[in-house]
Design a protein around this ligand. Sequence first.
Ligand SMILES: O=C(O)CCC(=O)C(=O)O
Length: 510
Amino acid sequence: MWWWQQVAAVAVLAGLRAADGAEACAESGERCGDGGRGGGAARVEWVEEPEKLGSSDAIAVVVGTMATLPLLEDMTQVYPAAEVRLVVCPACLGPVNSGTSWEPDAQRQELALLLPATLEDEACLLAPGLDGLVPKARAMRRPDAWLAQPSSLCEVVDWVNRNSGLERELDGSLSSVGRRARELEERLETKPLPDASCTVVAAQEMTPQRFKDDFVLAGRPVVISGGASQFLPGLFELNMTEFLAQHENETLDIKVVPRRSRGVGFFECSEELALWDPAGARQPPRHVQDRLLDRNRVLVRPAHVSAFPVHELLELFRTGRSGDTSVYVEYFRMFDALLERAEATSGSPHEVLGIGNLEASNMWLGAGGTVGCLHFDPFDNLLGQVSGSKTFWVLPPGAVEEGHLREARFSLSQNGTVLRSELLNSTSIVNTPEDTRVAEAAVGCTVAPGDLLFLPAFWWHHVESSEAGSDGWNMAVNNWYSPVWRKPFPCTACKRTANLVAHRALMLFE
Ligand SMILES: O=C(O)CCC(=O)C(=O)O
């Protein structure tokens, strides 16, 4: 008998075994009558070709050996089809691990594998030259987690919950973490901030508990005044000119744009497509063009100079030699020396957010007079201002239409002039052609030296770094964390849902 025939036989026993498991896991939380979010119960699929797994929106649990099959079948009682894909796929346990397939440990008799969910639009940032490519099922990825030799449904469900954040009880109802997250979901901010003003809380009054409850779980931005000086003292005491002089032999990546009126440099802003020469440029593929926010505008990336010597940057700013160009160090991975100084002390907001994954630490360095146009990031943001000040004009997710914006990129000529030369066929999915009209509805959150800003993922922000500090710099560092509230994008109407792995950890943090 083949595996797939045995699946049917095993299904008959599924209900019984699920009930056994429920008893064994009695302490795992209260039950609630309302089960899944619809879409029917999961079923076990037979997959011949590993590539078929790559297109799944739901998390896939794959079973590799006969002995684990009954457990997989039991899982159909626990998870809705919209949440997991239960798959039997012997061919998935393919040859050598090459990034598209993986090899189980030959010693393992039984195994279950967890693959992360995919977002439909991940394939939309097409590199130049891939014109006409239609997204299709990607090759199967390596699993996020393995479970060897599970012996009970309880163990498998607990493992899937921990690794995927699905938060199901054995009877298919939501766990207490899941239920609380769903209640909070209903209360998430969808309108511009109340009273049209940014919430500011003094660092001495911001306990981790308050930060967690009132801001992280509520999905609301806050400025913690004095937060950077209290929680990141090593960073706040920094004199940037001295710090850079100590690292003058290192290099940085710099971004360059032309100065516009009043000497301001606009980074990642949109402008008329007509300003760009279409000669030689390819059109984005048809399916992307259909989702463009504005066919007549492009999102302009700055010119990029990598490995620019720090001593030359110091010289450039000291002499003001940048002339008609505005130079900014943005989205730049921090020097290790800065990261060490940015170590958070205990009890800080970093500790609360640090329970998730730190995705990136960035440095933002200029002489003031820079603007970063309206966009969102799919990360929770904790930004510490070191020198000078910034104003973040913020709007909640859903306040601005999301979609594709065709990209272009400035380049630098030999004599240092900025040119409009490269019209790309790629698109940005986190920017918008909207500008001043939206900024009027936005709420301004200003950070001065020593302040921290918490900005939840997917909040739109337009950032003005107007002032330089007494040391001549406008400097901030930020940490991006995997979001506590997440959503697919670009999708204006999609509501944020809880990242239950983070919610579970936050609950334990209490
Ligand atoms: O400081 C800036 O120029 C932009 C900062 C920003 O966009 C961010 O922190 O996400």
